[in-house]
Design a binder for this molecule. Sequence first.
Ligand SMILES: Nc1ncnc2c1ncn2[C@@H]1O[C@H](COP(=O)(O)OP(=O)(O)OP(=O)(O)O)[C@@H](O)[C@H]1O
Ligand SMILES: [Mg+2]
Length: 378
Amino acid sequence: MVGIDQVLEKLSTVIDPDLKKDIVSMGMIKDLELNDGNLKFTLELTTPACPFNVEIEEDVRKAIGEISELKNFDMNVTAKVMEGRSLDADTGMATVKNIIGVASGKGGVGKSTVSLNLALALSQTGAKVGLLDADIYGPSIPLMLGMKDAFMEVEDNKLQPAESNGLKVVSFGFFAEQSHQAAIYRGPIISGILKQFLVDTNWADLDYLIVDLPPGTGDIPLTLAQTIPITGILVITTPQDVASNVAVKAVGMFEKLNVPLLGVVENMSHFICPNCDEKHYIFGEGGAKKISEQFNMPFLGEIPLNSGIMSGSDLGKPIMITDPESPGAVAFRTSAKNIAAQCSIQAAKLQEEMKSESTEQESENSAKKPAPEASTST
Ligand SMILES: Nc1ncnc2c1ncn2[C@@H]1O[C@H](COP(=O)(O)OP(=O)(O)OP(=O)(O)O)[C@@H](O)[C@H]1O
Ligand SMILES: [Mg+2]
């Protein structure tokens, strides 16, 4: 009769393509029951936005199918997002599993548009998602979400995020009277506002918090990098950035600060011909790939130049909501899955680091233990 060891041995032949580890040692098999040849378990993916979910599920079915003695097999597939940042209670934000800063070298490359649509794409997979508009000088998220009249309340000294399309949203734009004054605020005040938005907000449980940054290497990106541990930075470029080298400067700053670089998404990368569906790289091809190679970070996607994306932002009706099957929305969805996978990879790295730290600590402790007293018997 088939035993649990045999089942686990078969399951451990299935490798998660992102984490490059087998699903058993990653703890992805839960509640396994085997009774009289009837097998039941839960496959717990590391994110509902896993780009390989179908592939992993198929590999599991194939591996289990090779156990001929099984009478019945029942698999439940769920997802639990891994913690891609250290959730030290002292640093606050212990209920936010991943924080992703969206940065660029220069302005107008589409950070806010990409942040918003990625947040929506992640949320549509079932993840709990927040969106922090960290552009205090020029908040644009409220308009892009059609939330002109929304506001944030304060309860128990904590800001309550506004809500839209399943997202928890915080923006300086919700303070209507103050936001036009932001241009005259100096660095320390701006940093203070961002810190409050991060740690004094009731984010509750979030799988992903997307932080839409202003361009460049100013006070706000610096404050994000230095206030709390974050999962990493997503860099947005356009094909023209490679020539101007501005993206390289911004990426260099985060690298110096030891903030993980999750990867690059190229926005307005190409134009899809509405008649023939062909991609035209009108501004040149391969720029973002070059930057990703230079900094040894993954290339996570390319978003087409598309009037629906632009009008969605301008009218407060994002394309992920109004036209989720359009090529633009599909491109956001692909990028979102790749970003979620990078967060899982960061989480797995963190787990490894914590494991090796605790093994080091254990061996240090056992080295410090006094040696057993030598026998004095003569
Ligand atoms: N893929 C796209 N196709 C067409 N238009 C786009 C695309 N991405 C962004 N846009 C448009 O480009 C303009 C700039 O976009 P957005 O405000 O998102 O950039 P940003 O990088 O956040 O700018 P800033 O640096 O000022 O914060 C907007 O009008 C937006 O609608
Ligand atoms: Mg912006």
